[in-house]
Write a protein that binds this ligand. Structure first.
Ligand SMILES: [Mg+2]
Length: 252
């Protein structure tokens, strides 16, 4: 685990002031490459009209190397929502219409939730954090149905107070709306909330909402270099969170 930096407030004091955690999904709770590499290729092939060479061009333009599967940090395929990805495909040469692509890509992403691979034992993680009195939510640029399927599949639903996708009516990252929706659902002030994510749009969403803590994880498409400017704490992955929040009052 890497603690990158502390701010004026001592770290323990900052951590103990946190009463809720809003998680990003892909690259944070789910292993990005294993979960999304195959579906990104399928989606690009759809957008190319079945032209494999064009599909490779579309993948490259939106941030994925079709040879290695590597995803560029903060690129459209790393961090964009369905509408942004569809628009990216069209500007990179897809002859299809954004409005035609969006529902089809959403359906493919929702289908991919059934095959997604978790970063750690998510039910145990959420149960542990919940026992420590923390309220939990998930905010993703994916669609809400995909997030709900993921939560059900990994038995997280009993521990989750709030779920928001790009289509849930809370705006999109890095706007602050998803954090404010979590706050409305839990009654927490943003200063009592930590945001956890693998891309800058997660951290910027937290900053725009005035959250108490921005935690970067290195399990997704972000890197130490790309994430260090905007996070308060950096950890390898979410399995380190119970160690960070071990001093919470109210633990049973
Ligand atoms: Mg992510």
């Amino acid at each position: 685990m890497t603690i990158l930096k502390d701010t004026a407030l001592p770290r323990d004091e900052r951590l103990s002031s946190i009463e809720g955690i809003l998680f990003d999904k892909d690259g944070t709770l789910l292993d990005f490459d294993d979960s999304w590499g195959p579906v990104n290729r399928e989606v690009a092939l759809l957008a190319s009209g079945g032209d494999a060479a064009l599909a490779s061009t579309l993948l490259r333009a939106c941030g994925m190397d079709p040879e290695t599967g590597h995803i560029v940090p903060d690129s459209l395929l790393a961090a964009g929502n369905t509408r942004e990805i569809a628009a990216g495909f069209v500007s990179a040469g897809s002859l299809l219409d954004v409005e035609w692509l969006v529902p089809r890509i959403d359906a493919m992403f929702a289908g991919a939730a059934e095959k997604s691979v978790p970063v750690t034992d998510l039910a145990e993680l959420f149960a542990t954090l919940s026992r420590r009195g923390l309220r939990l939510g998930i905010a993703s640029s994916d669609n809400e149905l995909s997030i709900r399927r993921t939560a059900e599949r990994f038995s997280l639903t009993p521990y989750v107070d709030f779920i928001a996708g790009y289509d849930s009516g809370h705006g999109v990252k890095p706007q602050p709306g998803m954090v404010l929706g979590f706050c409305a659902a839990t009654g927490l002030d943003p200063a009592r909330v930590a945001v956890v994510g693998d891309n800058n749009h997660d951290l910027h969403m937290g900053r725009n909402a005035g959250v108490g803590l921005k935690i970067a994880v290195l399990s997704g498409t972000g890197s130490r270099d790309s994430l260090s400017a905007c996070c308060d704490i950096m950890v390898d992955d979410v399995s380190h969170l119970p160690g960070l929040f071990s001093v919470q009052a109210g633990e049973v």
